[in-house]
Design a protein around this ligand. Sequence first.
Ligand SMILES: Cc1cc2nc3c(=O)[nH]c(=O)nc-3n(C[C@H](O)[C@H](O)[C@H](O)COP(=O)(O)O)c2cc1C
Length: 191
Amino acid sequence: MQESQVDMTVFEAILAKRCVRSYTAQAVSLDTIHILLEAAAHAPTALHHEPWAFAIIRDKQLLKDISNCAKPLFVQELQKTGSTPGCLAEPDFDIFYEASTLILICSKQTGPFMIADCWLAAENLMLAACAMKLGSCVIGAALTALNMPDIKVKLNIPEEFSVIAPIILGYPSGDTPPSPRKKPLILTLTS
Ligand SMILES: Cc1cc2nc3c(=O)[nH]c(=O)nc-3n(C[C@H](O)[C@H](O)[C@H](O)COP(=O)(O)O)c2cc1C
């Protein structure tokens, strides 16, 4: 099957999509990345603003450097909330799980809906990735580091842009078991 061919319904992809934290070394082709960006850019968008912009990082050393910068920052954030850092405190732990690709959904816009738009684009991208047999995971733990001015300079992200949604991407090595979900809490169901 070609990477661009999919044989999953949207609902099947929603149910199949897992946060993948173990990847093979296989790179994601640029063609595939462009298809995923197309899926992201078809997300609903308030007032037709289409506020998103994308940064794609595939340089292993750069990913490692960002991971090393992000870990202590996120450990500090966790400590403020009384949470334990777990594997984040381990020197060799890679916050990006050695995924070959990191996609950042960014925006320079402000306003009440920009963040919602970018996260809708993120979910479109991750569902499309799942349908193409790719794994993905949001890495919120890297967000503070990714918005630091010196990191943005390294990533060629102009100062006026904020990173909203960091998503790793790659080919899963093995299966990720489903994580159970609560039944939907229905507050009202009118006739
Ligand atoms: C906003 C957001 C931030 C997240 N940040 C991280 C993260 O930093 N590291 C990580 O391993 N997973 C992260 N996740 C993934 C969640 O932990 C994951 O969705 C959850 O474990 C449920 O697993 P599933 O999506 O495979 O069902 C994040 C998810 C969201 C929505």
